[in-house]
Design a binder for this molecule. Structure first.
Ligand SMILES: [Zn+2]
Length: 250
């Protein structure tokens, strides 16, 4: 039996038995971690409140070698992100972020880049300047930080520089030229490629100054949706299927 104390973010939970919860966290020290929280669903439990989705907490869990599930011993709220659970639009985007982290990361592997990104992503959603752009920038970075950065620099099949028309090939993990593109592949415009390159050289905060058009946002959803589907072997994430909305609030 070993004790782990770590900052964590709640990704989601399901009910377990009469009063318990099975909670999935993304922790700073051990990446994705699942734990059983006994008594977490009792009325007015402070413990239960600290395990609401998106909550940033300080977590203490017991782990037993050979057991897939840890036991959640204690959880103290650092920041509740309560605002994200009060508005449907924000619940929705924050849920996309949490689901994509669940989907793209293995259990028990530390990834501080993803941990910090998730915290930043939720913080930006809470501020709410352009939540849809925050989510888009989040996804592009999450894919890269999970080790699946697509290659954009040349055709991945013939290695020649790209011509006018550029296609995205999920099976090759990046761009292919007109001659090498077989089957129905999504196209990427020069503008979208320029946005992707520029945004990844900037930090997350500065990248919010970029203003991709609705058409570019739509292309990025398609390409990254296909890329994540190919990597995980799971159906396209709900995020990729949604039409981009106009920036809300200012
Ligand atoms: Zn080619």
């Amino acid at each position: 039996m070993s004790l782990l104390t770590t900052p964590a973010i709640v990704l989601g939970s399901i009910k377990l038995g009469e009063a318990d919860k099975l909670v999935t966290f993304f922790t700073a020290k051990k990446g994705k971690l699942k734990g059983v929280a006994k008594g977490a669903r009792r009325v007015k439990s402070r413990f239960g409140a600290s395990l609401e989705p998106f909550t940033h907490c300080n977590l203490v869990v017991f782990e037993k070698p050979g057991d897939k599930l840890a036991r959640v011993n204690q959880s103290d709220i650092v920041h509740s992100f309560q605002k994200l659970r009060e508005n449907w639009g924000e619940i929705h985007l924050a849920s996309h972020m949490a689901h994509l982290v669940q989907r793209m990361t293995p259990e028990g592997e530390q990834n501080l880049l993803v941990y910090r990104l998730l915290l930043e992503g939720l913080t930006f959603l809470e501020r709410g300047a352009d939540p849809e752009l925050s989510t888009l920038l989040f996804v592009v970075r999450l894919v890269s930080f999970s080790g699946y950065q697509p290659r954009w620099d040349r055709c991945l099949k013939c290695h020649r520089p790209m011509g006018e028309r550029i296609y995205f090939s999920p099976a090759d993990g990046g761009t292919v030229c007109t001659q090498c593109a077989h089957g129905p592949l999504a196209t990427i415009s020069q503008g979208t490629l320029a946005f992707l390159r520029a945004s990844q050289k900037m930090d997350y905060t500065v990248a919010h100054r970029l203003k991709p058009s609705p058409a570019m946002r739509s292309e990025i959803r398609t390409i990254f949706g296909q890329h994540m589907t190919y990597i995980t072997g799971m159906p396209a994430p709900a995020w990729a299927a949604e039409a981009p909305s106009a920036p809300s609030r200012s």
